[in-house]
Structures are given as C-alpha cells and as structure tokens.
Design a protein around this ligand. Structure first.
Ligand SMILES: [Zn+2]
Ligand SMILES: [Zn+2]
Length: 346
C-alpha cells in the first residue's frame, strides 16, 4: 500500500479538501502511474453532489487522468517505466462477456468498475484522479502519443472519447452534416473531432457569445438556440446531432432539425427524466439515442487520432486549491473549455 495525497469530497455536497488515500500494492498486471494532470468533468460534480445516485464518501473524483508510469508489476507487457499514459472512466470490467470480448468494456454486462465512486474487485472503494498516484491494471491503461502534451491530453480520456465514439459510430465524415449542441467541455471536443473527421459542423449554442471560438475550433456554422428563427432555418438539416448539454432541452425542437433517418445522440445526462413526444421521431424515421464513453481499444484509437490531427483540449490549468471554485464555474458554464488540475499542487 502507498499513501497518496488527494483531494476528496468528505460528504455529499461538501467542498473538496486535501486528504490522503491508500493505493493498493502494485500487483502482477498493474502499473503505478504518477498522475501529472486530471481534468474536471461535469460528471465529477454530479457525483460529488449525489446528483445521479447516492455516492460513496469520502470521494476522490477524477476520470480524466494523464501521467507517467513509475512502476510495473512482473506480468505487465504493454507498458514500461517512463511511458506517458492515460486512464479514463473505467479501471476494470468482467473481461468475459460479449461486450468485453468485443472491446466495448464500457457496456460490460456486469457493469465496468468505474474509476471512482465504485467498488473494485478487491472490495475497496475506487478513488479517482484528483490525487498524485493511481494503480491500474494495464488492460485499462492507454498510451498518450508523443504528439500530445499530457495537460491537454487529460480531458480526452472522458470528453474526447465521449464525443469521438458516437461521431464514429454514426459515421460523421465527408458529406455529413453534424450539429453539436453546447460548446462546453464535451462540445468543444465534439466540434474539433467532427471537423477533423471531415463533416460539415454546426454549433447550436444558447447564445452567440462563443461564436468566434466555435469557428476557430472548426465549426462551419454557428447558431443561437435562444433565437426561434434558428429552428425554422435549420429544419430537416442534419444527419447527426450530438447533444452535449446535461440540462433538459426541448427535444422536439432539436429532433425537427434532423433529416430523414437522422439521429440525435445524447451524451449529456440530465439528473431528471426527460419527455419527448414520439411524433417528433415518427415523421422522418428519426432516432434518438445515447452513447457512453468508449471501449479501451477505441480510447486508444481516439488518442492516436487526436495526436495525428493535433487535437488537444482547450484548457485552463488550475491548482488543487481552486477545485471548489472551478466547480462553481463549470456549473455557470464559465470555462473555456476544460479545467485541468496540476496534480503537483495537491
Ligand atoms: Zn467525464
Ligand atoms: Zn464484461
């Protein structure tokens, strides 16, 4: 066991504070990672504040982890000391079900072991990336390619893969019109990746406040959803709409922007159930779906793609003492576009 400095929420809705946690001894197939950077994802806030379900406390959030391998177990074959690596939302899964065998560990029938706010196979609570070190089985670790610096790579482990996976699955590419709803942590990566895949990209944001940024990030068009005219002008336009907003929307309005056989994919998860009127799907055989992160092989593919296209996240680097302020700013949509904690400051 190793004692490690960390930032934890001691109880639901309580401010995060500095503490120490124990990491397990490095097992046969484990790597010990010196965490350098950890992104702040909106879902960290949902969980630290019991928004989705009662959590386990104290809770160290963080599932956008980038660091350097500092020790490997004797059975490790994929990594060596000094390698630049990442860990995302999962640290284990059953490894036997059809989904695990297909590399879709995020849809493991037994449920993956989440990086924090879960119980590991050792029976201990998992604790996330707002900490200085983590021990993870090598099969749930990915390599950060040389072209990406670790600070801008960290958010790719959740925000990057959460947008890359549905864009690939629903064939975003040349000749396809893709809309990204919301230009936040997820949305800004959705725009960059959809553009790099060759799609024609439109941002649908509440206002035009971030329009210049959106166009710089790779959007071809930018519309305000607070303007009813937007829904008139864009009726029946898109092959794919990627909704990154985790607040409930007027789904009928957004579905009307899809062309026949178009799909609205939700990767933001509101805390409350949503209502849709099925007539908004019926007219043009539209689909509404959702998508959860991506499997380990696809996470590696995404990192390689981002490195090849020079796509890091746009970040604001903060020290650990700023985490609680950063949470408030995320809730106020006041971040361009991802807070990343310099874990040396923990
Ligand atoms: Zn996340
Ligand atoms: Zn499984």
């Amino acid at each position: 066991m190793t004692t490690v400095a960390a930032y934890a929420a001691p109880a639901a809705k309580a401010p995060l504070e500095r503490t120490t946690i124990e990491r397990r001894a490095v097992g046969e197939f484990d790597v010990l990672i010196d965490i350098r950077f950890a992104g702040i994802c909106h879902s960290d806030i949902h969980q630290a504040r019991d928004g989705w379900r009662p959590g386990t406390f104290p809770m160290v959030p963080g599932h956008e982890i980038a660091g350097v391998v500092s020790e490997v177990g004797p059975g490790v074959t994929r990594f060596a000391v000094g390698d630049r690596v990442g860990v995302g939302c999962m640290v284990d899964s059953c490894r036997k079900c059809d989904n695990c065998e297909a590399g879709l560990q995020q849809y493991c029938v037994e449920g993956p072991t989440w990086t924090y706010n879960a119980v590991g196979k050792d029976g201990e609570a998992t604790q996330g990336g707002y900490s200085q070190k983590i021990v993870v089985d090598e099969n749930y670790v990915v390599r950060v390619p040389e072209g990406l610096s670790l600070d801008v790579a960290a958010p790719l482990l959740c925000a990057g893969i959460t947008t890359y996976s549905p864009l690939k699955h629903w064939n975003a590419g040349p000749g396809k019109k893709v809309a990204v709803v919301g230009l936040g942590g997820l949305g800004h990566m959705g725009v960059k990746i959809a553009h790099a895949l060759g799609a024609e990209v439109t941002v649908l944001s509440q206002s035009l406040r971030k329009k210049d940024d959106g166009l710089k990030l790779g959007a071809d068009h930018y519309y305000a959803t607070s303007d009813p005219q937007t829904f008139e002008d864009l009726k029946g336009t898109f092959d794919l709409i990627l909704n990154t907003v985790s607040a409930p929307l007027d789904f009928g309005g957004f579905l009307s922007l899809l062309r026949t056989d178009g799909t609205l994919v939700n990767v933001g998860l509101p805390e409350e159930p949503v209502r849709i009127v099925l007539q908004s799907l019926f007219g043009d055989r539209r689909s509404m779906s959702s998508s959860g992160i991506g499997g380990i092989p696809e996470t590696q593919e995404m990192l390689d793609f981002c490195a090849e296209h020079g796509l890091g996240a746009e970040i604001e680097l903060i020290s650990a003492s700023e985490i609680n302020d950063a949470y408030e700013r995320v809730l106020a949509s006041d971040v361009r576009y991802r807070f990343v904690i310099d874990t040396a400051t923990i």
